[in-house]
Design a protein around this ligand. Sequence first.
Ligand SMILES: [Zn+2]
Length: 373
Amino acid sequence: MKSTGFVWHEKYMWHDTGNALGVLPVSGDFQPWTHFENAETKRRLKNLMDAYGFTQKLKSIEPVYASVDQVCRVHKPDYVAHIKALSADKGGNAGESTPFGPGSYEIALLAAGGAIAAGNAILDGEIKNAYALIRPCGHHAEADRGRGFCIFANVAIAAKEFLLRDNINKLAVVDWDVHHGNGTESVFYNDPSVLTISLHEDSLYPYNTGTINDRGDGDGEGYNINIPLPPGCGGGAYKQAFESIVLPALNLYQPDMILVANGLDASTWDPLGHMMLLSNHYRHMATALVNAAESLCDGRLLVCHEGGYSAGYVPFCGIAIMEALSGEESGVIDPFSRYENHWHDVQANQQAAIAAARDASLELLEAKLRSAV
Ligand SMILES: [Zn+2]
Protein backbone atom coordinates (compact mmCIF):
# COMPACT_ATOMS: atom_id res chain seq x y z
CA MET A 1 0.00 0.00 0.00
CA LYS A 2 1.25 3.48 -0.87
CA SER A 3 1.39 5.35 2.42
CA THR A 4 2.24 8.82 1.15
CA GLY A 5 -0.13 11.00 -0.85
CA PHE A 6 0.89 13.58 -3.42
CA VAL A 7 -1.12 16.56 -4.62
CA TRP A 8 -0.41 18.23 -7.93
CA HIS A 9 -2.35 20.02 -10.62
CA GLU A 10 -1.08 21.56 -13.83
CA LYS A 11 -3.20 24.65 -13.19
CA TYR A 12 -0.99 25.52 -10.21
CA MET A 13 1.64 26.38 -12.80
CA TRP A 14 -0.70 28.79 -14.59
CA HIS A 15 -0.75 31.29 -11.73
CA ASP A 16 1.03 34.20 -13.41
CA THR A 17 3.12 36.48 -11.19
CA GLY A 18 4.59 38.40 -14.12
CA ASN A 19 7.42 40.88 -13.91
CA ALA A 20 9.37 41.18 -10.65
CA LEU A 21 9.67 44.93 -11.11
CA GLY A 22 5.91 45.24 -10.81
CA VAL A 23 6.02 44.69 -7.06
CA LEU A 24 9.35 46.25 -6.11
CA PRO A 25 9.54 49.76 -4.71
CA VAL A 26 11.57 51.05 -7.64
CA SER A 27 11.19 54.06 -9.81
CA GLY A 28 12.82 54.67 -13.13
CA ASP A 29 13.57 52.35 -16.00
CA PHE A 30 15.04 48.90 -15.39
CA GLN A 31 15.13 45.83 -17.53
CA PRO A 32 12.19 43.59 -16.56
CA TRP A 33 12.89 40.18 -15.12
CA THR A 34 10.80 37.23 -14.07
CA HIS A 35 9.18 37.36 -10.65
CA PHE A 36 11.03 35.35 -8.00
CA GLU A 37 7.92 33.29 -7.33
CA ASN A 38 7.22 31.58 -10.62
CA ALA A 39 6.22 28.15 -11.82
CA GLU A 40 9.71 26.90 -12.62
CA THR A 41 10.79 25.74 -9.13
CA LYS A 42 7.64 23.68 -8.68
CA ARG A 43 7.55 22.37 -12.23
CA ARG A 44 11.18 21.24 -12.06
CA LEU A 45 10.47 19.36 -8.82
CA LYS A 46 7.54 17.55 -10.45
CA ASN A 47 9.62 16.86 -13.58
CA LEU A 48 12.44 15.37 -11.48
CA MET A 49 9.94 13.10 -9.74
CA ASP A 50 8.50 11.99 -13.07
CA ALA A 51 11.88 11.46 -14.74
CA TYR A 52 13.02 9.14 -11.94
CA GLY A 53 9.74 7.24 -11.71
CA PHE A 54 9.16 8.55 -8.20
CA THR A 55 5.71 10.10 -8.68
CA GLN A 56 4.14 6.68 -9.20
CA LYS A 57 5.48 5.53 -5.83
CA LEU A 58 3.14 8.00 -4.15
CA LYS A 59 -0.65 7.93 -4.07
CA SER A 60 -2.05 10.65 -6.30
CA ILE A 61 -4.55 12.88 -4.49
CA GLU A 62 -6.83 14.95 -6.70
CA PRO A 63 -7.11 18.53 -5.42
CA VAL A 64 -10.52 20.14 -5.07
CA TYR A 65 -11.53 23.79 -5.12
CA ALA A 66 -11.89 25.10 -1.59
CA SER A 67 -15.36 26.58 -1.09
CA VAL A 68 -15.85 30.25 -0.30
CA ASP A 69 -17.19 29.17 3.11
CA GLN A 70 -13.99 27.25 3.83
CA VAL A 71 -11.81 30.17 2.76
CA CYS A 72 -13.91 32.64 4.75
CA ARG A 73 -13.17 30.81 8.00
CA VAL A 74 -9.79 32.54 7.67
CA HIS A 75 -10.29 35.46 5.28
CA LYS A 76 -12.75 38.35 5.26
CA PRO A 77 -15.53 37.97 2.64
CA ASP A 78 -14.69 41.40 1.18
CA TYR A 79 -11.10 40.34 0.55
CA VAL A 80 -12.16 37.10 -1.12
CA ALA A 81 -14.65 38.98 -3.33
CA HIS A 82 -11.95 41.53 -4.22
CA ILE A 83 -9.56 38.79 -5.39
CA LYS A 84 -12.35 37.16 -7.39
CA ALA A 85 -13.19 40.43 -9.14
CA LEU A 86 -9.58 41.26 -9.99
CA SER A 87 -8.97 37.73 -11.22
CA ALA A 88 -12.04 37.85 -13.47
CA ASP A 89 -10.65 41.03 -15.04
CA LYS A 90 -6.93 41.49 -15.70
CA GLY A 91 -5.53 40.34 -12.36
CA GLY A 92 -3.87 42.71 -9.92
CA ASN A 93 -2.13 42.74 -6.56
CA ALA A 94 -3.66 40.90 -3.62
CA GLY A 95 -2.07 43.27 -1.13
CA GLU A 96 1.66 43.45 -0.48
CA SER A 97 3.98 41.98 -3.11
CA THR A 98 1.38 39.51 -4.36
CA PRO A 99 0.78 40.08 -8.06
CA PHE A 100 -1.42 37.72 -10.03
CA GLY A 101 -2.96 37.39 -13.44
CA PRO A 102 -6.40 36.42 -14.72
CA GLY A 103 -7.71 33.17 -13.25
CA SER A 104 -5.57 33.11 -10.13
CA TYR A 105 -8.63 33.26 -7.86
CA GLU A 106 -9.66 29.78 -8.93
CA ILE A 107 -6.06 28.54 -8.80
CA ALA A 108 -5.70 29.85 -5.25
CA LEU A 109 -8.92 28.04 -4.29
CA LEU A 110 -7.44 24.90 -5.84
CA ALA A 111 -4.27 25.35 -3.76
CA ALA A 112 -6.19 25.61 -0.49
CA GLY A 113 -8.39 22.73 -1.65
CA GLY A 114 -5.30 20.66 -2.42
CA ALA A 115 -4.19 20.99 1.20
CA ILE A 116 -7.69 20.08 2.37
CA ALA A 117 -7.92 17.04 0.07
CA ALA A 118 -4.54 15.73 1.21
CA GLY A 119 -5.40 16.15 4.87
CA ASN A 120 -8.79 14.54 4.44
CA ALA A 121 -7.15 11.50 2.82
CA ILE A 122 -4.86 11.24 5.86
CA LEU A 123 -7.70 11.64 8.34
CA ASP A 124 -9.83 9.11 6.46
CA GLY A 125 -7.02 6.60 6.85
CA GLU A 126 -6.31 6.25 3.11
CA ILE A 127 -2.70 7.33 3.54
CA LYS A 128 -0.38 8.05 6.43
CA ASN A 129 1.09 11.34 5.30
CA ALA A 130 1.15 13.59 2.23
CA TYR A 131 3.04 16.21 0.26
CA ALA A 132 0.88 18.88 -1.33
CA LEU A 133 2.84 20.54 -4.15
CA ILE A 134 0.44 23.46 -4.31
CA ARG A 135 0.75 27.01 -5.63
CA PRO A 136 0.35 29.88 -4.84
CA CYS A 137 1.93 29.63 -1.41
CA GLY A 138 -0.06 30.68 1.64
CA HIS A 139 1.68 31.30 4.97
CA HIS A 140 2.00 35.11 4.67
CA ALA A 141 -1.64 35.75 3.70
CA GLU A 142 -3.67 37.53 6.37
CA ALA A 143 -7.43 37.81 6.95
CA ASP A 144 -7.87 40.88 4.78
CA ARG A 145 -4.86 40.96 2.48
CA GLY A 146 -2.40 38.92 0.51
CA ARG A 147 1.23 39.29 1.41
CA GLY A 148 4.56 37.88 0.26
CA PHE A 149 3.30 36.09 -2.88
CA CYS A 150 0.47 34.42 -0.87
CA ILE A 151 -3.21 34.92 -1.75
CA PHE A 152 -5.08 32.48 0.52
CA ALA A 153 -3.66 30.90 3.70
CA ASN A 154 -3.65 27.28 2.52
CA VAL A 155 -2.39 25.66 5.72
CA ALA A 156 -4.62 27.72 8.02
CA ILE A 157 -7.70 27.11 5.86
CA ALA A 158 -6.98 23.37 5.86
CA ALA A 159 -6.38 23.35 9.62
CA LYS A 160 -9.74 25.03 10.24
CA GLU A 161 -11.41 22.33 8.15
CA PHE A 162 -9.71 19.45 9.97
CA LEU A 163 -10.65 20.86 13.38
CA LEU A 164 -14.32 20.35 12.52
CA ARG A 165 -13.81 16.60 12.86
CA ASP A 166 -14.86 15.00 16.13
CA ASN A 167 -11.53 13.32 16.79
CA ILE A 168 -9.34 16.28 15.83
CA ASN A 169 -9.01 18.78 18.65
CA LYS A 170 -5.40 19.93 18.49
CA LEU A 171 -3.14 20.61 15.52
CA ALA A 172 0.46 21.68 15.30
CA VAL A 173 1.90 23.71 12.42
CA VAL A 174 5.67 23.65 11.94
CA ASP A 175 6.78 26.36 9.50
CA TRP A 176 10.40 26.09 8.33
CA ASP A 177 10.10 28.53 5.45
CA VAL A 178 12.98 31.03 5.74
CA HIS A 179 10.39 33.79 6.18
CA HIS A 180 8.19 34.17 9.22
CA GLY A 181 4.80 32.42 9.08
CA ASN A 182 3.00 35.63 10.03
CA GLY A 183 -0.28 34.73 8.37
CA THR A 184 -0.69 31.37 10.07
CA GLU A 185 0.37 32.96 13.35
CA SER A 186 -2.22 35.71 13.03
CA VAL A 187 -5.07 33.28 12.32
CA PHE A 188 -4.44 31.21 15.45
CA TYR A 189 -2.90 33.84 17.75
CA ASN A 190 -5.77 33.57 20.25
CA ASP A 191 -6.49 29.91 19.66
CA PRO A 192 -5.01 27.14 21.84
CA SER A 193 -6.29 24.44 19.46
CA VAL A 194 -3.43 25.12 17.03
CA LEU A 195 0.19 25.25 18.17
CA THR A 196 2.11 27.36 15.64
CA ILE A 197 5.90 27.09 15.47
CA SER A 198 7.90 29.16 13.00
CA LEU A 199 11.63 28.81 12.37
CA HIS A 200 12.76 31.72 10.25
CA GLU A 201 15.56 34.12 9.47
CA ASP A 202 15.38 36.95 11.97
CA SER A 203 13.91 40.21 10.59
CA LEU A 204 13.82 39.07 6.97
CA TYR A 205 10.13 39.12 5.94
CA PRO A 206 7.92 40.51 7.27
CA TYR A 207 10.74 42.51 8.81
CA ASN A 208 8.98 43.43 12.07
CA THR A 209 7.23 40.16 12.99
CA GLY A 210 8.26 36.78 14.36
CA THR A 211 10.02 37.76 17.59
CA ILE A 212 10.38 35.43 20.57
CA ASN A 213 8.05 37.69 22.54
CA ASP A 214 5.13 37.06 20.20
CA ARG A 215 3.77 34.04 22.03
CA GLY A 216 0.04 34.19 21.41
CA ASP A 217 -2.63 36.10 23.28
CA GLY A 218 -5.73 35.44 25.38
CA ASP A 219 -6.59 31.75 25.37
CA GLY A 220 -3.84 31.27 22.79
CA GLU A 221 -1.07 32.63 24.99
CA GLY A 222 1.85 30.22 24.97
CA TYR A 223 0.67 28.40 21.85
CA ASN A 224 2.71 30.42 19.36
CA ILE A 225 6.45 29.81 19.21
CA ASN A 226 8.83 31.88 17.14
CA ILE A 227 12.39 30.76 16.55
CA PRO A 228 14.12 33.68 14.80
CA LEU A 229 17.54 32.57 13.64
CA PRO A 230 20.52 34.66 12.52
CA PRO A 231 21.47 34.54 8.84
CA GLY A 232 23.89 31.80 7.89
CA CYS A 233 22.35 28.86 9.72
CA GLY A 234 23.08 25.42 8.32
CA GLY A 235 21.79 21.99 9.23
CA GLY A 236 23.46 22.11 12.66
CA ALA A 237 21.42 25.08 13.85
CA TYR A 238 18.16 23.68 12.52
CA LYS A 239 18.93 20.31 14.14
CA GLN A 240 19.54 22.01 17.46
CA ALA A 241 16.37 24.09 17.14
CA PHE A 242 14.43 20.91 16.48
CA GLU A 243 15.95 18.99 19.36
CA SER A 244 15.71 21.76 21.93
CA ILE A 245 12.40 23.42 20.94
CA VAL A 246 10.31 21.93 18.11
CA LEU A 247 10.27 18.29 19.21
CA PRO A 248 9.89 19.01 22.96
CA ALA A 249 7.03 21.42 22.16
CA LEU A 250 5.27 18.79 20.05
CA ASN A 251 5.73 16.22 22.82
CA LEU A 252 4.24 18.61 25.36
CA TYR A 253 1.33 19.60 23.16
CA GLN A 254 0.42 16.11 21.85
CA PRO A 255 -1.22 17.20 18.56
CA ASP A 256 -3.72 15.02 16.72
CA MET A 257 -1.97 15.84 13.44
CA ILE A 258 1.12 17.79 12.34
CA LEU A 259 1.09 20.21 9.41
CA VAL A 260 4.23 21.63 7.82
CA ALA A 261 4.53 24.94 6.01
CA ASN A 262 7.34 23.70 3.82
CA GLY A 263 9.41 26.58 2.51
CA LEU A 264 12.48 25.44 0.60
CA ASP A 265 13.92 28.95 0.66
CA ALA A 266 16.16 28.21 3.66
CA SER A 267 18.39 26.38 1.19
CA THR A 268 21.92 27.53 0.56
CA TRP A 269 21.14 28.51 -3.05
CA ASP A 270 18.02 30.54 -2.44
CA PRO A 271 17.99 34.13 -3.75
CA LEU A 272 15.52 35.36 -1.09
CA GLY A 273 17.07 33.95 2.06
CA HIS A 274 20.47 33.74 3.71
CA MET A 275 20.48 30.28 5.23
CA MET A 276 22.58 27.29 4.18
CA LEU A 277 20.39 24.18 4.24
CA LEU A 278 21.16 21.31 1.90
CA SER A 279 18.67 18.67 0.84
CA ASN A 280 19.83 16.27 3.55
CA HIS A 281 19.06 18.85 6.21
CA TYR A 282 15.48 19.09 4.96
CA ARG A 283 15.42 15.30 4.93
CA HIS A 284 16.51 15.21 8.59
CA MET A 285 13.81 17.67 9.65
CA ALA A 286 11.16 15.73 7.72
CA THR A 287 12.34 12.44 9.26
CA ALA A 288 12.16 13.98 12.72
CA LEU A 289 8.54 14.97 12.10
CA VAL A 290 7.69 11.57 10.59
CA ASN A 291 8.96 10.00 13.83
CA ALA A 292 7.19 12.57 16.01
CA ALA A 293 3.93 12.03 14.15
CA GLU A 294 4.35 8.27 14.48
CA SER A 295 4.70 8.49 18.25
CA LEU A 296 2.12 11.24 18.81
CA CYS A 297 -0.66 10.93 16.24
CA ASP A 298 -0.60 7.68 14.24
CA GLY A 299 1.81 9.20 11.73
CA ARG A 300 -0.59 11.90 10.56
CA LEU A 301 1.63 14.47 8.83
CA LEU A 302 0.69 16.91 6.06
CA VAL A 303 3.46 18.81 4.26
CA CYS A 304 2.33 21.80 2.18
CA HIS A 305 4.68 23.51 -0.27
CA GLU A 306 5.37 27.17 0.51
CA GLY A 307 8.36 29.27 -0.67
CA GLY A 308 11.58 28.27 -2.41
CA TYR A 309 13.07 30.26 -5.29
CA SER A 310 16.14 28.42 -6.51
CA ALA A 311 14.96 26.64 -9.63
CA GLY A 312 18.14 24.58 -9.58
CA TYR A 313 17.92 23.41 -5.99
CA VAL A 314 14.28 23.27 -4.87
CA PRO A 315 13.76 19.92 -6.68
CA PHE A 316 16.49 18.17 -4.67
CA CYS A 317 15.14 19.46 -1.35
CA GLY A 318 11.56 18.58 -2.23
CA ILE A 319 12.32 15.04 -3.30
CA ALA A 320 14.47 14.44 -0.19
CA ILE A 321 11.47 15.37 1.97
CA MET A 322 9.19 13.08 -0.01
CA GLU A 323 11.68 10.22 0.39
CA ALA A 324 11.58 10.79 4.15
CA LEU A 325 7.78 10.80 4.18
CA SER A 326 7.36 7.69 2.07
CA GLY A 327 10.41 5.60 2.89
CA GLU A 328 10.77 5.19 -0.89
CA GLU A 329 14.00 5.83 -2.79
CA SER A 330 14.02 8.04 -5.86
CA GLY A 331 17.55 7.29 -7.01
CA VAL A 332 18.23 11.02 -7.25
CA ILE A 333 21.70 12.03 -6.02
CA ASP A 334 21.93 15.66 -4.94
CA PRO A 335 24.99 17.01 -6.77
CA PHE A 336 25.24 19.90 -4.32
CA SER A 337 25.53 17.82 -1.16
CA ARG A 338 29.33 17.96 -1.35
CA TYR A 339 29.18 21.63 -0.37
CA GLU A 340 28.68 20.74 3.29
CA ASN A 341 31.46 22.07 5.50
CA HIS A 342 32.15 23.26 9.06
CA TRP A 343 29.95 26.33 8.59
CA HIS A 344 26.99 23.96 8.59
CA ASP A 345 27.75 23.11 12.23
CA VAL A 346 25.86 25.15 14.80
CA GLN A 347 27.72 28.40 15.63
CA ALA A 348 27.82 30.22 18.98
CA ASN A 349 25.55 33.07 17.91
CA GLN A 350 23.06 30.56 16.53
CA GLN A 351 23.11 28.60 19.81
CA ALA A 352 22.38 31.79 21.71
CA ALA A 353 19.39 32.61 19.50
CA ILE A 354 17.99 29.10 19.90
CA ALA A 355 18.47 29.18 23.68
CA ALA A 356 16.63 32.51 23.87
CA ALA A 357 13.73 31.15 21.82
CA ARG A 358 13.58 28.03 23.99
CA ASP A 359 13.61 30.04 27.22
CA ALA A 360 10.81 32.25 25.91
CA SER A 361 8.56 29.39 24.89
CA LEU A 362 8.77 25.93 26.45
CA GLU A 363 8.12 26.76 30.10
CA LEU A 364 5.19 28.97 29.16
CA LEU A 365 3.68 26.29 26.94
CA GLU A 366 4.09 23.71 29.68
CA ALA A 367 2.45 26.01 32.26
CA LYS A 368 -0.48 26.80 29.96
CA LEU A 369 -1.03 23.12 29.20
CA ARG A 370 -0.92 22.28 32.90
CA SER A 371 -3.47 24.94 33.78
CA ALA A 372 -5.72 23.83 30.90
CA VAL A 373 -6.08 20.30 32.27
ZN1 LIG B 1 9.57 32.13 2.19
